[in-house]
Design a protein. Structure first.
Length: 541
């Protein structure tokens, strides 16, 4: 295992100038090592990456050469599958539409889809939108989440809005009341919490079905917010106090739900349990932080005599430095973020705007597996994967940011053709006419040789020669001829700052959403073409 991870780290370091990226190495390691403890792999990878990064580039190259072809451990590939598959597999992805789909959401969204495809089952997209107090749904989020899933290749077989199923939940609640399995609690929340903590039973728990039903009806008419909740009776001595008589419905009278108006709302565990049964969900892929949901929901399944679905747990994905959904919403309201696709965010909309490909996201999720370990992702690891995809498709173009004009003494007038992509000459060329004036963004050192890429060499702003001459040890720089047909360019950076510059005339042919490479700058996505400028978003180097 150590040898394989070491090779991954060395290959990554040599490829990117001497510094291995932990997340990229970890992704590669998981792609090779199919068995073993994930925590052990993560810890060992951290250690090896630190070791490799303490070496200079030459030492890294020598060690990689010395290792030669490592014979990969060819263990039988253990495909990730579902347990207890009997008949048609039905799975669901249940986002809360209080914000746009984030990179972290992609793990359950995609793995549910991968399992459903594998077993030729059904995929239910269920919007968990019954908390209009804390997680207030955004009307546009419903649309954007569906759009993001489609972009990722996920095609739900059915779409469910929990907020439109309230009457169904009320019917089940009344059934439980009549069965003596639920009661209305009107005690102050803090007092009830303390009682449950010490397994103490309230008098209301023992009230008759008729009394409980009357109180339940008052929740729709008389009681105010916080004055009454419907609780499910459980084992009052359950080892986990959070499972004891958990709340199933509460009153939220004043709310801004975009789809329905109501005052009695089910909590997540009640609505989820009912829906999973009604839609025939056979397997639940659940975040490790929601493990307690099993303990709560199984009481409902037991009372109704239903079979509980098979549950798998997964850890969360985090993008380092990215804020939570609630923080993002507040910052958008304050005008500190431009929207849910602001390039500083880790939403799918933001990553797509920067030119990250759906294939990149899907491959990263697949390579990371579906373990219980939380993974913090740096965008540089995504960038490494994305580069492998866009490097072959992105045409090259010259853009000079913060341009300044210079004259090259004795520069010959030239007509040059430069390929759109050096590896694919059949794609065509860009044509330039040059004289002695150019736009650059460099400062020049006296006596040092420079070379305009694919043009000529110069020193001290004076022409030296045309041909590529290794003995000159010239620094390569990009350039633009001073010309009337250049294009005004704006480049939005990952910190949402905007750089302005000039680009070659062929940028007029670039299509919106196309990813290209600005030579010596990086991969960018064309966002919009206006009369007087073209706007791009920076993706990565």
């Amino acid at each position: 295992m150590r040898e394989l991870i070491l090779r991954c780290a060395l290959e990554n370091a040599v490829k990117y100038g001497g510094q291995a990226n932990f997340n990229s190495v970890l992704g590669a390691a998981f792609g090779i090592i199919k068995e073993g403890d994930k925590k052990e792999i993560i810890n060992l990878t951290k250690k090896i990456v630190n070791e490799v990064n303490s070496m200079n580039l030459q030492a890294q190259r020598e060690m990689l050469k010395e290792l030669g072809e490592i014979k990969k451990i060819k263990k039988r590939k253990k495909a990730i599958g579902l347990e207890n598959v009997k008949g048609k597999v039905v799975m669901r992805f249940a986002p809360n539409p209080n914000g746009y789909l984030s990179f972290g959401h992609c793990r359950p969204a995609l793995w549910n889809w991968l399992f459903v495809k594998k077993y030729k089952g059904r995929y239910v997209l269920r919007f968990d939108d019954t908390d209009p107090r804390i997680k207030v749904p955004l009307k546009e989020a419903y649309r954007e989440i569906k759009k993001d899933l489609e972009w990722l290749g996920v095609k739900p077989h059915s779409i469910v809005f929990q907020s439109k199923r309230l009457k169904i939940y009320y019917v089940y609640a009344e059934k439980l009341i009549r069965m003596g399995k639920a009661y209305v609690d009107t005690l102050p929340a803090e007092k009830m919490r303390k009682m449950l903590w010490v397994s103490s039973i309230s008098d209301e728990r023992e009230e008759s079905v008729d009394v409980v039903m009357q109180k339940w009806k008052k929740m729709f008419t008389k009681y105010k917010d916080g004055e009454a909740v419907l609780r499910i009776k459980t084992d009052i001595n359950h080892p986990n106090p959070a499972v004891r008589d958990w709340a199933a419905f509460r009153i939220i009278n004043k709310n801004k739900h975009p789809l329905v108006k109501a005052r009695v709302w089910p909590l997540l565990n009640f609505a989820s349990a009912i829906d999973d049964h009604e839609f025939g969900v056979t397997h639940i892929l659940r975040g490790i932080d929601l493990e307690i949901s099993d303990g709560r929901q199984k009481y409902i399944y037991e009372y109704f005599g239903w079979g509980y679905p098979t549950t798998m747990y997964h850890g969360k994905f985090f993008i380092s430095g990215i804020k939570s959904t609630s923080e993002v919403l507040e910052l958008i309201k304050e005008g500190k973020l431009s929207g849910w696709d602001d390039p500083r965010l880790g939403t799918i909309a933001a990553l797509r705007k920067r030119g990250f490909q759906s294939e990149t996201i899907v491959n990263f999720i697949k390579n990371s597996g579906i373990g219980k370990v939380d993974i913090t992702v740096n965008t540089s690891s995504l960038a490494a994967l994305n580069k492998e995809i866009v490097d072959k498709t992105a045409n090259r173009h010259f853009v000079v940011l913060n341009p300044r004009k210079i004259k090259i003494k004795n520069a010959p007038e030239m007509k040059v053709e430069i390929s759109l992509h050096p590896d694919f000459p059949k794609r065509g060329v860009r044509k330039f006419k040059t004289k002695n004036e150019f736009y650059v963004d460099e400062t020049f050192q006296p006596g040092k040789n420079y070379r305009f890429i694919d043009l000529f060499n110069f020193r001290d702003l004076e022409f030296v020669s045309k041909g590529l001459d290794p003995e000159l040890d010239a620094k390569m720089i990009h350039w633009l001829p001073v010309s009337k047909d250049l294009v005004n360019v704006e480049l939005v950076m990952p910190d949402n700052s905007v750089l302005k510059g000039l680009g070659e005339r062929d940028l007029k042919k670039v299509k919106v959403n196309e990813v290209v490479q600005f030579v010596r700058t990086g991969f960018v996505r064309c966002d919009k073409k206006l009369k007087n400028k073209v706007v791009f978003y920076f993706g990565h180097k």
